[in-house]
Design a protein around this ligand. Sequence first.
Ligand code: PEP
Ligand code: MG
Length: 968
Amino acid sequence: MTDTLTQDWKSQLTNQKAIYLFEEGDAKMRDILGGKGANLAEMTRLGFPVPPGFTVTTEVCNVYLNAGNKFPASMQDELKTAIAAIEKKMDKGFGSRQNPLLVSVRSGAKFSMPGMMDTVLNLGLNDETVQGLIEISKDERFAYDAYRRFIMMFSDVVMGLSKHEFDKLLQKKKKELNITEDSLIPAAALKELVGEFKAKFKAEANREFPNDVFEQLSLSVEAVFRSWRNPRAMVYRDKEKIAHDLGTAVTVQSMVFGNMGDDCGTGVAFTRDYNTGAKVPVGDYLTNAQGEDVVAGIRTPKPLDALSKEAPEMWKQLLEVSGNLETHFKEMQDMEFTIEKGKLWMLQTRTGKRTAAAAIKIASDMVTEKLISREDAVLRVAPSQLDQLLHPSIPIEAKKAAHAAGRYLAKGTGAAPGAACGKVVFEANDAVEEAAKGHPVILVRPETTPDDAHGMAVAKGILTSTGGPSSHAALVARGWGIPCIVGCEALRIDLDKKKVTVNDQTFGEGEWLTFDGGTGEVYLGHTELQEASELTEETKLLLGWADEFRKLGVYANADTPKDAERARAFGATGVGLCRTEHMFMERDRLPIVQEMILSAAKAEGLHREEFRAQRELSEQVEGNRRHTDAQTALAAVTAKKAGPWKIYTDNLAKLLPIQRADFHGILKAMSGHWVIIRLLDPPLHEFLPAHSELLVDVARLRTVRDHAPDAYNKVLDEIRQRREEPNATLDSIEDMLQRVEAMKEFNPMLGLRVCRLGIVYPEIYKMQVKAIFEAACDLVKEGIDARPEVMIPGVGTVEEMKFTRNLVETAAKEVQDRRGIQVKHKIGTMIELPRATVVAGELAKNADFFSFGTNDLTQTTFGYSRDDAAGTFIPVYLEEKILKNDPFQVIDTVGVGRLMRLAVEEGRASNPDLEVGICGEHGGEPESVAFCHTLGLNYVSCSPFRVPIARLAAAHAALAGQASFKDK
Ligand code: PEP
Ligand code: MG
């Protein structure tokens, strides 16, 4: 199609070899033969019934793409030689009028990318060879059907013409004949269609349809190479983190036909149940059909075991072959097969995608079956998959209520587990748009195609009205852990009107839908979903093995006793971050907190003034005038301080028992384990009413007061209700506005927060330390092993560390002395500023532990606002490949990671006992966990729901030295 490449290109290939016949390869050659090519080679080598063929390597694809889509000239001869080998085995001729060989041309990358790249079937047909096919098959209808399918696929895939145009001709023909099923179109009409398709091809492509079968072949191979870079494949690779430079191999294989009559068929079989992991073969098949009909979801297939009744001999053979394949690969297999006139052919085998629950069951069963080791079992389950296990579910009562209220709609096939609740969208682009606004969406379609991948990726759930468990929607959803129902045939979807009718009910775009991807039940309306709280016994077993292999500890970020209990149930052995501010936010406490904050500046300011006045007085000689003046000044400031100080300390005193009770709960839930409690961190305005809201309320009240006095009380009432302040007045709101204004900062994230807050307002930190140690003393007295670690946030200088450490030690000692109880404890700091990493050696002399706050460390290292980046430039940076990952999700090992390494090395050099962990969001992200392993951290800490993921990721890191599951 384009210029050819004539320069020396073979030197870029391993062994200078561009093509491997199936019998020349094996399963280990995935890098160059792709997963499909390598496994076909392996099956051929082992004597399984595989139609002969060959594979053009991924290296040739890369040569082609890197040269700007130039096909090497000498590839034509290479293809001819390889085809000759198939001709010989099949005793057929490519392009032969008497006995034509037809082939399929299929993509096959190293990692499976279901349906993302292109395929051409029935290649080798032209006006001559179709006659041969008629004679051999003795079925004119079949031959012309194959021919018209080929022209359509070739036009679409190879020439990039619109499939829709060809489909319109097909539909027109059916309408003329007054039939609805493709399979009912008679031979003569199909023959006419072939003519019409070719005319269409000529009009659109400005050339005749190629009759030369070798031209057909080389153009198709090129097209498959190019499909490596089509947008949907790019989206898929981004999502699956597959490198973009691997290239695809192309497999050319002799065609066998599942559509030559009722003794033919085609299907997909899995050696075990991909939903539950049970050791029973599952899958689906269609009688008298070609392979794509199953995958495309156009016809709803029959369950695999129906074959046992319809064709018992085929069933027996299939079970034998699939059993042998599983034993050979020691892995659950997903196979494509075709039955041609009573003969079974295997077209593909690969590792089957499965739900997390199934992955765990299969891995542990295979250990019992002595197929694999415990290490293998642990490595077989991808950490990110565990997320699915902790999917929410629809509470039983909510299901009952939905049934009672007539909101139950229909039942389809549960294809990927988990409950989903979201607003209905019908188009992938709409899904993306709505999701970007933060709306949960359910993508509802008759079926999905690879073009929908971007919309599927952002959906909370996917629901299709056709297709079986091997359809595109099901495969992709399972792979991505998105709840999915397929084949929900009761839904009549009108994409134009964006409406769905189910029996006598209808719903449309934007309406809420809830479904259960495990059972297949669909409900109208919004449902509060229930978080998962338990791990299954199988999961516990597998994670138990993971625990034996991992070196990293796994803690949880938990702010409440309930979080701490859940974290323990998920296997956390400590709390790595208890954010005390969340306790401040609770509704009943907020008014106390607000009063305390609003009085803090004045009280602490006057307290400082008093201190300075005392110092001044102490420097004067008693009896002289200056002494008398200093005495007067001190008395004045003490008097001035009394009021604000009382409000400030009274409110702190009210908060003390509340905080003590919180700490008591968490320390108790984590008895015997360390609990890292961070002193107050966020800027104080976060606890106060929003400045903009106050401004609007004041402006409204002033305006109505002056211009519509009759409405004043009504507006005031409305404002009081919204503010939940029944006694608010314009004066009180104005007063609040002024006080909030006085505390306003231009850059609060870089302002009065973290340890700076504790240094400027030390009474707050003292109260918190007191609460921690009083709670711990109470517990020790009860015989409970309470172990607090007090963590100081945002330290950047050694002086800050010394000041705050001293403050904590003094307050802690006061409580322990008063109670006569010693509490095991540590005092340390977060490392979340670049400066802290640089002076880590000095900091470590004053700290028992470091905990990397990688949220802030990423923010301050990059200079990206963590609150704004994701909504502004990060998506563009990812698209333009300026960033490989969002650094707030996956640790930037090059920059942030290097600073972390520096801090670990210098910190441990000056304090060999230093405990080092991480408590930023990255602590539960598998790649980042692997990096923490390589840094030699003591633990990672993450949200309770990510604890199982972190446990497994830590084991992967320890076992493999890296957490990439894909290489397995
Ligand atoms: C961090 O910065 O990584 C951290 C854990 O603290 P926060 O997210 O509360 O700022
Ligand atoms: Mg932080």
